[in-house]
Design a protein around this ligand. Structure first.
Ligand SMILES: *[C@@H]1O[C@H](CO)[C@@H](O)[C@H](O)[C@H]1NC(C)=O
Ligand SMILES: *[C@@H]1O[C@H](CO)[C@@H](O)[C@H](O)[C@H]1NC(C)=O
Length: 136
């Protein structure tokens, strides 16, 4: 059983390297690869219940394009930090329903969510520099 699993893995690895593209296709394959990676990437943002990213904060990881409903910080966020290579949108209701903000990031520290203070219940972030999700 274990031996057959190992030979299956070995066969798969051989297939993968056989499928490697020649150098002349590198430009195209790199682009296709990064689009693929964007879909499967994990993203991580920090949000806080005080202005200027002061505690209490939570840093949370999620899948790129996944909607995250907040269990702890719902209606409490006043500042957010969106890292490099990440774009986020925030919603008024759970499950990314109802009214939403524009896009934040990449590389944006927002110390005051202004008319969105204490109003966010869910969000969606995309890995990369452009919006990847639906619902806008
Ligand atoms: C929410 O708070 C609870 C209790 O402090 C904690 O166990 C849980 O991990 C928090 N949820 C998230 C997503 O951080
Ligand atoms: C969003 O929440 C508000 C108030 O909690 C509610 O009135 C509204 O119907 C909700 N909208 C959606 C699309 O869920």
């Amino acid at each position: 059983m274990q031996l057959s699993l190992i030979s299956t893995i070995t066969a798969l690895m051989a297939l993968t390297s056989a499928a490697a593209l020649p150098d002349s296709d590198v430009g195209m394959s790199k682009r296709a690869m990064s689009e693929l990676e964007n879909r499967v990437d994990q993203v991580s943002i920090t949000y806080c219940n005080a202005y200027n990213l002061q505690p209490t904060c939570e840093t949370r990881q999620s899948g790129s394009a996944d909607c995250v409903s907040l269990p702890n910080f719902s209606d409490q966020i006043k500042s957010v930090s969106v890292p490099f290579n990440t774009v986020c949108v925030f919603w008024e209701n759970y499950s990314c329903q109802g009214t939403h903000t524009g896009t934040f990031g990449p590389s944006q520290n927002k110390g005051d969510m202004k008319n969105w203070n204490n109003r966010i219940r869910s969000y969606r972030c995309c890995a990369g520099t452009t919006w990847c999700g639906d619902g806008l």
